[in-house]
Design a protein around this ligand. Sequence first.
Ligand SMILES: Nc1nc2c(ncn2[C@@H]2O[C@H](COP(=O)(O)OP(=O)(O)O)[C@@H](O)[C@H]2O)c(=O)[nH]1
Ligand SMILES: [Mg+2]
Length: 309
Amino acid sequence: MPMSHRTQMQIIKRRISGKEGSERVRELRTILGELPGYKNGPYADLRKWVQAQIEDSRARSRVVHRDSIAVRHEGAAQIALVGAPNAGKSSLLHALSDVQIKIGDYAFTTLRPVPALTRINGVLLQLVEIPGLIAGASQDRGGGRALLGVLRNADAIVFCQDVRAPLEALTDVRAEVAAAGIDRPAILAATKLDEAQPGDLARLRATVPEMTVIGVSAIDDQSLDAFKDALWKLSGLLRVYLRRDGQATGEPIALPPGATVADVAADIHHEVAAACRGGRIWGPSARFEGQLVGRDHVVRDGDAIEIVT
Ligand SMILES: Nc1nc2c(ncn2[C@@H]2O[C@H](COP(=O)(O)OP(=O)(O)O)[C@@H](O)[C@H]2O)c(=O)[nH]1
Ligand SMILES: [Mg+2]
């Protein structure tokens, strides 16, 4: 006996429920292909309904795109925090910055990326919490595509995983990031370390041997300091102190890896860059204190430099 059209409608609705964006459109197209192509009668009405749903879904995904959730880069590098709901991302962000963030004990407390600035080694870095990235995100479930877009633009990624949570939470998130073709420098924050049982951290480390794993607790300042060091390394940034007439001039400047003395000069002022013939170096890249080097000398993290004009 053929199914009633009412039942058929219910089945169609069930098939598309919870699906968003391209995944929803794909399913609707499949359904359309399965429906008999009558021009009139109940099947024609069903077809019309499915077609309207396709249009609707398309319009909705266009809206998601226009309502961009891109996060403007601030500071010397942008680092995205990503992980399952309740992994402790907001708490870390909160502990590392001055920005007040609502912290919830349930999933999806935060729905949009939340940026915050943190000062590390005297340099401001931007941290961005990517909320609610769930399985199916790369198929745009839960608005995942826009969130992954933020991740794609970040300079580096911190995967966050509750040190005691089942590994699937981490595996799911990493799979979505990989499915979206995003490949950034990354570390793993093993969160809520204060609640860890002996062996928890080592067990997590053993499951992801390819990643640097940093245990951290939002309520333990010492672990937060170590975590900041890890963030700095992750950013790849170089911190260079400026000297004038043999005197340090204050806050260091941050430069990307591979930066040269000429890049340091350019960071000060374009006229300094034009006049720069080289520099004097104290620190890791100097063979001896105050070494005279050329414009193309590659600086290292922690160098102090006096530009020579
Ligand atoms: N004991 C402990 N609890 C934490 C820690 N970090 C987060 N939590 C708790 O875990 C829950 C989820 O934290 P939240 O930062 O909102 O996670 P998010 O969903 O990843 O942003 C909250 O109840 C937090 O209080 C931590 O370092 N130690
Ligand atoms: Mg959060």
